[in-house]
Design a protein around this ligand. Sequence first.
Ligand code: BES
Ligand code: ZN
Ligand code: ZN
Length: 503
Amino acid sequence: MVASSQFPGKGEALIHFVFEDSWKKDKRIQILDKISNGNLTRKINLHNFLGRDKQVVFCEINNDYQTIFLAGLGKTKDFTLGKFKHAFAFLLRNLSHDKINQVNVFSFKEIEKDNFQTGKNLALAFYLANYYFTKHKNIEARKKIHLIKELSFISDKKNLDELNDGIRFGSLVAEGTYLVRDLVNEPASHLHPETLVNEALKIKKESAGKISVEILEEEDCRELGMGAFLGVAQGSEKKPKFIILKYQNPAFAKATAGKPKKICLIGKSITFDSGGLSLKPSKGMEEMKTDMAGGATVLGVFKVLAGLKSLKTIVYGILPACENMPSGSAIHPGDIVTAIDGKTIEVINTDAEGRLTLVDGLAYAEKNLKPDLIIDIATLTGACMVALGKEITGLFGNNKKLTETFQKTAEKESEELWQLPCYHPYLKKMESEVADIKNISGTGYGGAITAALFLGEFVKKTPWIHLDIAGPSLNNEEPHGVYGTGGTGWGLTTLIEYIINYN
Ligand code: BES
Ligand code: ZN
Ligand code: ZN
């Protein structure tokens, strides 16, 4: 995909975006109407086109373009680039169903305020709308999927360099998202803790010395005292792997001016969550192959970091990877495990396993890596989906300024999230008769909050953000959403932006 400056250009499809409150004065529509011999105006009237968000009219023409699409973006005052990304991806997905190969898009005033970010969002929309998980389908079925091959963005000559830089960056972020989606979509028959290790090593190889990887094996974790993580892993035949990635750009290693900041990302990495002895019902259990979406997102971030040129911040990534299975060796309800910080946990429900693996990650990070900021990302609770629905992530944190700036970044990227409270009185509900804390509250209420509070007990002093992505990490609702079904890669662009701008 490229940015070019010829107007109106030649192609198979032409998209012109317009706003509800200004499209009637748009001179380009008159030009397009002319080359369509008045067809465009007829379609506008026929379909009562108003320029509302995601409203589209199109008409066939016989000249240089075969089809012109007029696409509404709603009111100018509500415009954000993130919204544009979703609207554009939605349209592209539909065009690919119409078997279109080549698309031209006109630039417009509102988008030209930030050409780099525009380029980024164009690339994200283009690549993410073109994603299909076909690895396990036969060749005939794969051939039936139509991909848009080419996209040109038509803008003023002076904007092209910045636009193309943005397109390159957006393509890199899209590649990271493809990795997240591929990993999330892969079933547990094909993805084990070991598979995540191999993915981390592949990223290290691509990073030209910027990323290193350390694997803590089961024995290492035992020696360190990670009893909570190992307790979850003990029912499975697959060996647990505690994966640690580190990004440090050697170009800044000897820099004297100011120490680089350190961020640590921790991703829930349960390669299958059967619930353990607190077995889940069979309906929908297959979805629990996606319970490593947090870890996949962390790997996606590192894939992008590997391709970045000049980031000074040091970034750690932790994936406490294991499988949650019932077996003769599985952890029993009522068992007591000791986490790495010495706290004992009574495991009331073995299906509340994510928090057990994460707390060893959180406490390990705080003690050994001493980061300035910890962000965990986890498909942690069904309760978060009950509270916020399928499309909104639950945001928690121990620092008001931090959650506010994170929320602003997510808003810019149009990745929906909503802050929920770390309401400390609920900690009382997790008091145990026999250990320091229980792993569930057992009241049946406020499950996303109590899970976050549980995690927070293992972060003593570091600024910390917790993202519960149980809903948004997976799109399993028909009809297809903007980007099709399966893993979404939710959060990757927000995390990348947040990391790049953190100092
Ligand atoms: N992995 C699940 C949470 C989940 C549910 C993610 C649905 C995505 C879709 C998690 O390990 C879990 O089972 N949580 C339990 C906690 C309960 C036992 C306190 C839940 O949410 O039901
Ligand atoms: Zn579970
Ligand atoms: Zn889980």
